[in-house]
Design a binder for this molecule. Sequence first.
Ligand code: HEM
Length: 89
Amino acid sequence: SQAGHLFVTKKELAKHNKIDDIWLSIRGRVYNVTEYIPFHPGGPEELMRAAGIDATSLFDQVHPWVNYEQILQKCLVGKLVSVEPNVNT
Ligand code: HEM
């Protein structure tokens, strides 16, 4: 299985912004947090603010001490990659 080893673009990440399909990124890792929603102590609405985006700053503003890498171990999709066009070529 490719779970945890996919390369995900920001465009792909942005597609997963629904309550029944939430991906978010923290520090370059992309997580499918759909299954985690009911367990989030901050509630589903807070997680929805981070749906489909790089949520690093939102996460750090609220609870930088939370060990998300452990909590979301089984939710790891892969790495966030940027595929911006190269303006020099
Ligand atoms: C609380 C986990 C993302 C907003 C918490 C707590 C945990 C947690 C463990 C309890 C922390 C404590 O009491 O010390 C996570 C994980 C996240 C995540 C694993 C990654 C998917 C976010 C994001 C936001 C957010 C992106 C904001 C946009 C909150 C808020 C609380 C909270 C407001 C406080 C709830 C309260 O004490 O009433 N979260 N969180 N969380 N989280 Fe998150």
